[in-house]
Design a protein around this ligand. Structure first.
Ligand SMILES: Cc1cc2nc3c(=O)[nH]c(=O)nc-3n(C[C@H](O)[C@H](O)[C@H](O)COP(=O)(O)OP(=O)(O)OC[C@H]3O[C@@H](n4cnc5c(N)ncnc54)[C@H](O)[C@@H]3O)c2cc1C
Length: 259
């Protein structure tokens, strides 16, 4: 089973900095980690490779420093990686990101399965998985909490939904987005860390993946961020004392006033 795991570099802290003019996230590679949901994607892919054989490849669109994180993924059991890095990709919205990733997928060994995280902890749209599946014309299951059955030609998965959960069968090739409940990511082994230093991490730009320049980056993005700002953090606490009956009335009055 050939599996591609999509990996996004995200800031390791909540200190997300925004470019005040471009309204985009400033990514300088410092203090970055693999999006936590993607570590569960890597674990799921490596477990499926152990069961069915095949290869696990990682794919990321990011700055050159993302290579370090792709090597971390290889240390955790992936075999190789493709990094899409090019100034022409900068400023992409989710649609342009999914398009660029689809161009990358087409340059890789034909996948039976593509795995994305449920969402990125910084962008948080949860759109890339479904959009990538749509761009590639393959089925997808989102918010997978359990892979109940896996075979060369299909998966049966339990998926989280707003009202509970559902069990669904998907023919392969297909795409899943995964949740934290799916598994416990393993620690990199010493052999894995050694392998990650030698492993192939190929970098490609927009031309190499034959991306249409009109569909990538800021100019290829159908959405525009017109304003971005960090919300004011205001902590106003008021301690109320007195008997419960009076307190509830006071509280109700305060809530009505605040509305
Ligand atoms: C107009 C506009 C301009 C933007 N400009 C910038 C910018 O200049 N710089 C910037 O960093 N962001 C920018 N963004 C945000 C960027 O579009 C999103 O971060 C990106 O498309 C992924 O969306 P998300 O973070 O919500 O991922 P989600 O959809 O929540 O992520 C789900 C999963 O998709 C996969 N995934 C997501 N992104 C990638 C990736 N890059 N590579 C591989 N796998 C991935 C991962 O598996 C991840 O777990 C911009 C957004 C808009 C709307």
């Amino acid at each position: 089973m050939n599996i591609i795991v999509c990996i996004k570099q995200v800031p390791s802290t909540n200190e997300v900095r925004l470019d005040p003019e471009k309204h985009t996230i400033i990514r300088d590679g410092r203090q970055s980690v693999i999006n936590p949901f993607d570590t569960h994607g890597i674990e799921a892919a490596v477990a499926l490779k152990e069961k069915h054989g095949g290869k696990v490849s990682c794919l990321s669109m990011g700055i050159p420093a993302t290579e370090r994180l792709l090597r971390d993924a290889i240390a955790s059991g992936a075999d190789d990686a493709l990094l899409l890095t090019d100034r022409a990709f900068a400023g992409a919205d989710t649609y342009a990101t999914a398009y660029a990733l689809a161009c990358g997928v087409r340059k890789m060994t034909d996948p039976d399965l593509i795995i994305c995280g449920k969402m990125a902890v910084d962008g948080d749209t949860a759109q890339i998985g479904p959009e990538l599946a749509s761009q590639l014309g393959i089925p997808f299951l989102s918010d997978v909490t359990e892979i109940i059955e896996s075979a060369e030609d299909h998966l049966i998965c339990r998926c989280q939904s707003d009202g509970g959960s559902m069990v669904a069968r998907m023919e392969l090739p297909g795409l899943i987005t995964v949740t934290r409940e799916l598994n416990q990511p393993r620690f990199p082994s010493i052999a894995g860390i050694r392998a990650s230093r030698q492993a192939s991490v190929v970098s490609m730009g927009a031309q190499e993946v034959e991306a249409d320049p009109k569909l990538i980056g800021l100019s290829g993005s159908p959405t525009r961020v017109v304003k971005s700002y960090a919300p004011d953090k205001e902590t106003k606490a008021q301690v109320l004392n007195g008997p419960a009956a009076t307190l509830s009335q006071t509280l109700l009055a305060m809530i009505k006033e605040a509305k």
